[in-house]
Ligand binder design. Structure first.
Ligand code: BES
Ligand code: MN
Ligand code: MN
Length: 469
């Protein structure tokens, strides 16, 4: 989608030039950030999570921000303010400094928290947990602030930065935090870099996110593990019960079989669907990035619809019984699973949770009980595609990349976007710089240096455009 070249103002050109010259330093700083194993779901890593928050906070402080760690019941938030030139719209930047667990460790080519720079088809890339999600992307705006500050003494607009340390564990402290700090987070718009580009040359703004409801179930039967010869066939086996009910979640064609699951769904607006249809989506390439050649999912839907505008139900983990070497004839006394549904507009997360739990409970054999543990929920969300700051962001992306941003959806969820709208009353612009093949949440996660570089240039240019509004 090339568009007529607008050229940067001399003031922006100087900043972009600084971004280019800083690139190796930016990459070195990102590697330092990546060496801190800030896994938020694992309580034993709490100290490391805090250290990563402190590291990001110190970076911002060194750029003239007033930066603090704000405590919550869980991991702290980084909150940093810069007055900019003392006028203009205040821009709130959101990102997260926590990362997913590195497991399974054996599948990493090198340590998950020992970043390595590799050469790939797009040039250099950095491989480490959090490289793309979200430390590399957080660095794109921090490095843009750096370039503006080094060249002109300050960013061209007032800036607030809010970095979360619990995004990857369902954002449990987010709502109370936003409710308690409404005033100090006041801004005209929120900018989020935690999504993807269309491809390495084409920037994207994500306007629709799916929601999520995540649950865990433990099935229990006998009081202790049993000899499967002595007891087998005489009582209900929790693992058998678990796989039977999980197996019933989908019909043979791939449709979710929970009664009422698809009720109330609102299709994306016509303009959005039209915009999606005009995107040159390559299904083969998309599936290829997952090492797959055959699509599978809800019948009668394209891969793009399945990914961006249809709900899912997936088992994310399953445990129980003997999985060690060799054979052990045992009936385990318990078994469990973690599972989650991606939600789209019109679906109420709590209703879906009730349906899921009821579906499981209704199908348990006599003698098996279920215990449920809720994890994060967030409803699906759409962000407005117009407004002067959105137009400014699009101009900035066009300046940096020489082509229009694709307006896309995503299958992922970012609970903060809805929470920021509810508590702070502002919308978010999701301008992200990841690529489909970045292996987020997976071993050997990577971030292309061209994405770090282009993302930093794009943020520098967006700042310039925000200052004109
Ligand atoms: N950055 C992702 C969300 C995302 C993934 C956006 C892929 C676009 C493309 C975010 O860090 C994430 O993983 N979110 C979780 C939310 C959950 C833990 C509540 C998700 O989507 O699973
Ligand atoms: Mn993320
Ligand atoms: Mn993530």
């Amino acid at each position: 989608m090339p568009s007529p070249d607008a050229s940067p103002s001399p003031r922006l050109a100087a900043v972009l030039d600084r971004v280019d010259r800083n690139l190796d330093g930016s990459l070195a700083r990102l590697c330092e950030f990546l060496r801190i194993p800030s896994v938020s779901t694992d309580p034993s890593h709490a100290g490391e999570v805090r250290r990563a928050g402190r590291w990001a906070s110190d970076q911002l402080a060194s750029l003239g921000f007033t930066s603090t760690l704000v405590e919550t019941a869980g991991h702290p938030f980084v909150v940093a303010h810069h007055p900019g030139p003392g006028r203009g719209p205040r821009i709130l930047y959101y990102g997260h400094y926590d990362v997913q667990p590195a497991d399974p460790l054996a599948l990493w080519r090198s340590g998950a928290f020992e970043p390595v720079i590799e050469e790939g088809p797009l040039g250099r890339r950095v491989v480490a947990r959090g490289a793309c999600d979200d430390k590399g992307q957080v660095m794109t705006f921090i490095e843009a602030f750096r370039a503006w500050t080094e060249v002109h003494g300050a960013p061209p607009v007032p800036v607030t930065v809010m970095l979360e340390g619990e995004e990857e564990s369902g954002s449990p402290s987010l709502e109370p935090f936003l409710a308690a700090h409404r005033e100090k987070l006041a801004a005209s718009i929120c900018i989020v870099s935690d999504t993807g580009m269309w491809d390495a040359e084409t920037p994207a703004i994500t306007t629709m996110l799916r929601g999520l409801v995540y649950d865990e179930v433990i099935l229990r039967g006998p009081s202790h593990d049993l000899h499967s010869g002595m007891y087998g066939g005489t009582l209900a086996n929790p693992i058998n019960a678990l796989v039977e009910v999980l197996g019933a979640l989908h019909d043979r064609d791939g449709r979710v079989a929970i009664p009422g699951f698809y009720e109330g769904i609102v299709d994306p607006p016509k303009e959005v669907l039209t915009a999606w249809r005009s995107l040159p989506f390559d299904e083969r390439e998309f599936l290829g990035s997952a090492g797959v050649s055959i699509p599978h999912g809800e019948p009668g839907r394209t891969t793009m619809e399945r990914m961006w505008s249809r709900p899912t139900c997936d088992v994310n983990g399953i445990w129980g019984g003997y999985a060690g070497k060799g054979a052990k004839t045992v009936i385990a006394c318990e078994a469990g699973a973690k599972f989650s549904c991606r939600l789209v507009a019109g679906m109420d997360p709590e209703r879906i949770r009730r349906l899921l739990r009821g579906f499981i409970e209704d199908r348990l054999p006599p003698g098996i009980t279920a215990e449920f543990h809720p994890h994060g929920v967030s409803p699906a969300i759409a962000v407005p595609v117009d407004g002067p700051l959105m137009q400014a962001a699009r101009r900035g992306l066009r300046l940096a990349y020489g082509r229009d941003a694709a307006m896309i959806g995503t299958g992922g969820s970012i609970p903060a976007v809805g929470a920021i709208r509810r508590h702070l009353g502002i919308d978010s612009i999701l301008a992200g710089f990841g690529l489909d093949d970045d292996r987020v949440h997976s071993p050997n996660e990577k971030f292309e240096v061209c994405c770090l570089h282009g993302g930093t240039r794009a943020h520098a240019a967006m700042l310039e455009e925000f200052a004109k509004v």
